[in-house]
Write a protein that binds this ligand. Structure first.
Ligand code: ADP
Ligand code: ZN
Length: 717
């Protein structure tokens, strides 16, 4: 969906823009509405651009800046990331530079001269610097192609990213009335949009609004049954063993704890929060950007403006406060358009904590109402039994006609049940015990326990004592969670988690409303349809994929730039799929522009032309490491390969009878018998999934593959 308030005649300049897109950036075509925006700016119009993260905002100002005479000035709030942005552009052969406090005077002077001489296509500047007299003076003397105001929502005083310096950017219009300005943001809501228009004097600007959908992101929200960390680990190991990702936690303490725990489980996890010293924090961000497969564990402050395109998952261990925040944070995954996961785990405690925080908020009534509304929408999204994406987009007024097929509820429809009677029991237990106890106590009463506390209060004599023994404690917790989420119970203000009835609960108690609730999802019946972006590639291709990634990392390290600046995952993936064999074919791959072809073509072609040799060499190398007594995880680490790849090597070596199963996989005889039994049931030459599921996901696919190969070699009797 794209709306446009103005049409512009699109003359030869747009042709020139398309040429730049293809030759410099190596992309075949614009993604609408990029072409409209670019045409509009080239013709001198102002623009407000709302596009989701990953939509391709940067090209919307980069290309017009190159087509128009003079330098494009980009105002960006994130000094720390300017270097990477500029490095990325230079890789394409674009003449880019930045001016910020990280430069020493000599360097800064050099950049200023380049600007004056018209030697720059793009110049990145921090807002506070832009408005200094010296800078304004410099701009007056230079030829300016346009002003791009990135992260334009920073001008909004009500938003969470407010930057006072942004307010003064209205001066640009006064001082440079003829130069086109474009404000860009991924923050969507209407009040913020209005505020941007007003504060930046963009009343005359064309508004370009792209749809909010991020179809490559798979949304998953699972219930926390008390083992969140375990589940997170399982998720990372299963779906993202070698990927970069972000894990969000609410508190610093939790960040440290989760990061440490993941490290102890061999995940390259690094903490990031405001309580750490600056240097370490910076270093962790740097490693996340530069290395492959770092998982950053952070408070929500992390991530704004992080341009890393290949973040493959965002995991939430706590509930965001609003749907906007959820959308924004999950949006940091999969900017490159490749499959990515937004995974969240939430439970009763989250609901209680957030309800409590909100109830005790000091804000005025008006503000409180807004907050309550926002939290309600977030909780509704968690408890919904229909498509998550439809609900999410609906919230932003961007309706999606059909269920998406790429969220957990679409992939496995949650079961619901008529919980009216159970809810009545749960609610009346709250009533009978005086509306001041927390969930655990209430459940004890429902289950008919007679502990000291209960007898002390005389609650072993209330009518609800023992009426809930048809369900177990965890089922009752699920029910209470949903009652609170649906606003049928309120949490006390004092912070002890006591529950009270609400207006809405009365009609349930009176039997006037039928209440359908979600059934807790049984872990066993889990759907294991993976969304790994590399899941579809074959075993040999996986070697090539690993080899290309390794080469990319080497090239990046040599220049001190992030790996994605060389080529994006999407580009490498296309190489794996198409096996280009010469320069011409390589140039056809999306993301390979002329400069990159020249700089890296040869190295990548060499890699692409020798996959077969590489494959047997690399298998041998793994086998030798094993011979030396290294365990598989250490081999993977040392060789900078994924564990899946190592298993794959082992399977090949077993198949070629270079290695015995026993040597490859240290597994006990009785376990092996169980696995054999599973294979007997499902056959040894079919898919592994039924076997994997039958064994409850207990054994890695890699292990099963090796056993499958070994079984295939035994002569059938
Ligand atoms: P945003 O700033 O909106 O989050 P970016 O400008 O970083 O998004 O672009 C996201 C990704 O999409 C980048 O990897 C970029 O190279 C890629 N991209 C942008 N436009 C196109 C296009 N027309 N064709 C292919 N890829 C594109
Ligand atoms: Zn869906």
């Amino acid at each position: 969906m794209s709306r446009m308030t103005e049409t512009t005649s699109q003359a030869p300049q747009l042709e020139q823009a398309r040429e730049l897109l293809q030759h410099i950036f190596g992309y075949a075509d614009f993604r609408p509405p990029q072409d409209q925006i670019i045409g509009h700016l080239i013709n001198g119009g102002d623009a407000l651009v709302l596009m989701p993260t990953g939509g391709g905002k940067s090209l919307c100002y980069q290309i017009p800046a190159m087509v128009r005479q003079g330098t494009g000035i980009v105002i960006s709030p994130l000094i720390a990331l300017m270097q990477d942005q500029v490095d990325g552009l230079r890789q394409f052969g674009v003449r880019a530079a930045f001016l910020n406090s990280a430069l020493d005077p000599v360097e800064a002077n050099g950049v200023e001269q380049q600007l004056l001489q018209g030697e720059l296509d793009l110049l990145y500047v921090a807002p506070e610097r832009l408005l200094m007299p010296r800078m304004l003076n410099l701009l007056q003397q230079s030829r300016i192609a346009l002003f791009a105001i990135d992260e334009a929502h920073c001008v909004s005083q009500w938003g969470h990213d407010f930057r006072p310096e942004y307010i003064q950017l209205s001066q640009l219009h006064e001082q440079f009335p003829t130069i086109p300005r474009v404000a860009l943001t991924a923050t969507a809501d209407t009040p913020t949009r209005r505020e941007i228009v007003e504060r930046l004097a963009l009343q005359e600007a064309g508004e370009f609004i792209a749809g909010f959908d991020r179809p490559n992101i798979r949304y998953q929200i699972t219930e926390n049954d008390g083992n969140a960390k375990e589940r997170l680990l399982r998720f990372i190991q299963d779906e993202h063993p070698t990927d970069a990702g972000i894990v969000y936690c609410l508190s610093r303490k939790r960040v440290d704890e989760v990061a440490g725990w993941l490290q102890s489980r061999n995940i390259k996890a690094l903490p990031y929060h405001a309580g750490m010293n600056n240097q370490t924090r910076q270093q962790h961000q740097e490693r996340f950007l530069r290395e492959d497969s770092v998982v950053i564990v952070a408070t929500i402050a992390f991530g704004m403006g992080i341009d890393k395109p290949d973040v493959r998952f965002v995991a939430h261990l706590n509930l965001p406060k609003s749907v906007e925040a959820y959308y924004q944070e999950t949006g940091r995954a999969g900017r490159d358009g490749q499959p990515a996961n937004a995974w969240m785990i939430y439970g009763l405690q989250d609901v209680i904590t957030l309800r409590q925080m909100q109830a005790s908020s000091e804000a005025d009534e008006n503000h409180k109402r807004v907050e309550r509304h926002k939290l309600d929408a977030m909780l509704a999204l968690c408890e919904i039994t229909s498509c998550r994406r439809q609900a999410l987009l609906g919230y932003f007024d961007d309706p999606l006609e059909q269920p998406c097929g790429n969220c957990d509820t679409c992939l496995q429809t949650p079961e619901t049940w008529d919980a009216t009677v159970a809810a009545q029991k749960a609610l009346s237990c709250v009533h009978r015990t005086g509306q001041r106890f927390g969930v655990n106590y209430l459940i004890d009463v429902l289950l008919g326990k007679e502990n000291e506390r209960i007898t002390q209060f005389g609650h072993h004599r209330v009518s609800t004592h023992g009426i809930g023994s048809d369900l177990n404690a965890s089922e009752w917790r699920t029910i209470y969670r949903q009652l609170i989420a649906h606003g049928l119970l309120a949490v006390d203000l004092e912070g002890f988690g006591g529950l009270r009835l609400t207006q809405a609960s009365r009609s349930v108690l009176r039997g006037e409303t039928q209440l359908m609730l979600r059934k807790a999802r049984k872990m066993k019946a889990k759907s294991r349809r993976k969304s790994r972006h590399d899941a579809h590639i074959s075993d040999t291709d996986r070697n090539l994929w690993d080899a290309l990634r390794k080469l990319r990392l080497e090239l990046a390290e040599a220049q001190g730039v992030p790996a994605y600046v060389i080529f994006h995952d999407a580009t490498l993936m296309e190489m794996v799929e198409k096996h280009p064999q010469n320069n011409q074919q390589l140039a056809m791959i999306s993301g390979v522009g002329e400069r990159k072809l020249e700089a890296y073509g040869e190295a990548f072609l060499r890699c692409l032309q020798a996959p077969a040799i590489r494959s047997s060499d690399t298998v041998e190398e793994t086998a030798q490491h094993l011979e030396r007594g290294l365990d598989l995880e250490s081999i993977a680490k040392e060789r900078n390969l994924s564990l899946a790849t190592i298993y794959n090597h082992l399977a090949i070596a077993i198949e070629e009878q270079r290695l015995s199963l026993k040597k490859a996989i240290p597994i006990q005889q009785d376990q092996l018998r169980i696995i054999h039994f599973a294979f007997e049931q499902y056959g040894t030459d079919g898919k592994l999934k039924p076997v994997y599921d039958a064994l409850d996901g207990e054994y890695d696919y890699g292990i099963l593959r090796c056993i499958q190969v070994a079984l295939g070699q035994e002569t059938p009797d």
